[in-house]
Design a binder for this molecule. Sequence first.
Ligand code: SRM
Ligand code: SF4
Length: 522
Amino acid sequence: MIETATTTEKLNKFEKFKAEKDGLAVKNEIENFAQIGWEAMDENDLNHRLKWLGVFFRPVTPGKFMMRMRLPNGILNSNQMSAFAEVVQRYGENGSADITTRQNIQLRGINLADIPDIFNKFHKVGLTTIQSGMDNVRNITGDPVAGLDADEFYDTRELVQQIQDMLTNNGEGNPEFSNLPRKFNIAITGGRDNSVHAEINDLAFIPAFWGNEDQVPIFGFNVIVGGLFSAKRCEAAIPLNVWVLPAQVVLLSKVIVEIFRDHGLRANRLKARLMWLLDEWGIEKFRAEVEKRFGQSLLPAVDKDQIDWEKRDHVGIYKQKQSGFNYAGLNIPVGRLSADDMFEIARLSEVYGSGEIRFTVEQNIIIPNIPDSSLTAFFTESVLEKFSVNPGLLMRSLVSCTGAQFCNFALIETKNRALSMIKSLESELTLSRPVRIHWTGCPNSCGQPQVADIGLMGTKVRKNGKMLEGVDIYMGGTVGKDAHLGTCVQKSIPCEELQPILRDLLIQNFGAKLKEEALISH
Ligand code: SRM
Ligand code: SF4
């Protein structure tokens, strides 16, 4: 029995419309919507319930919808990539796609009338968009080089897929988990460098070996809970003090999502994420409830943190654990792809690899399984001029959320501005190491500025009586080993004044040097 709210709580308007009709109910109505058109749809169906199917009405571009997929562990194949390309191609210059900060992809420009056909197309190639938005579990992230990396502790692919299958009823939609109090993020890391930013998820599994020095170590995961970024609050996940075997991960995930569903706070949407329940209950009570529902006592967390590497960005060519094979990490500037780009990536993966393609949380692409003997030919492909395996040291780590071009929450334009600013900075500066710059268009923090070396969060700034687009600057975010969140160091910088400020930050804090020609002109 799902309690939609405790008796003492007042329902917020989202809880009310969910109680009237479950989000997943629109699955059976999509043919009708396609026929009547978006203008004739019920407001809650249009603005909210469609998101249960991964279909997003965009008030910025009315009539041109966005579709958000689910890609467990960020893995797809060339047929699926071609299917995305075909969908987007239909919309000409209105169509494009964005790789997201959850190893996922969103397609843009879509007409409602086409959506039933698009669903059929996706079904045929094993793709689903189900429950990828609103009060559901988001795309589940796993190590981008799972199964390829010789140094990994654990290949996360199977577990991530199993959790998705359990939560979504194999991609068909699962009413058991379609009415959470809010979104819920899950990540599993199996490598040595925490490539998925585990600590910014509501639930994450981190490699940890059980056993003393003189025992054979047993592999498992420490569990952390409650991580979130939101306009109201940003927190790293905290230890649940539980260690589990890989075979226990799916059940533990189920139990924790159920507790969130049944007891998560539903009165105030700004205080509905798991961390707020943890505040109210305390971690001990929460752990006891997890144990009760899990049905057996859970072992305490293992002290040793096994994440012992700095974070890798996977851009470049790397040897795989499979002898004679390589993976190529392509930099996709701010994650944006056209239909032609997607056809090209699909072709590359077929010609040189095994047809497999992966996405990273940095909005880049990995093409695995390229034999040594194919590398020389691979390097001659002209698409690598656009999607480089050896980009500039700022471009390779650049991340940006959607911003004002398509997102109605945005306070500023992000992707295009981020690109042009990075190009200018790279032309002025010589760098000796990558610097991770993340742009996010508003305090919702989809672009994760708090994990960046330099995070830029959109805001409005008043200058000479005029309202301008501006940013708050975050610094000190670290990822991988000893990950912790960055903090705001400067507020309300108009975007038009930002570039010299970034240049100085890069020189003062990250060892950048002005190029000679730039020195002359300054
Ligand atoms: Fe996000 C809402 C885009 C990752 C925190 N996010 C939105 C919406 C759906 C708002 C909307 O309806 O316009 C944005 C869609 C814009 C569009 O047209 O693309 C949006 N979020 C994104 C993506 C596409 C950013 C990107 O460019 O990569 C990412 C999609 C991930 C995916 O594939 O599912 C995305 N969003 C994130 C992350 C990062 C992460 O998960 O690691 C966060 C912070 C982490 C977290 O959730 O704790 C994030 N998005 C939010 C929030 C604040 C959540 C909260 O608890 O308040 C919102 C607003 C909301 O949910 O009410 C939001
Ligand atoms: Fe939109 Fe704000 Fe998220 Fe950027 S951070 S995608 S502007 S909601």
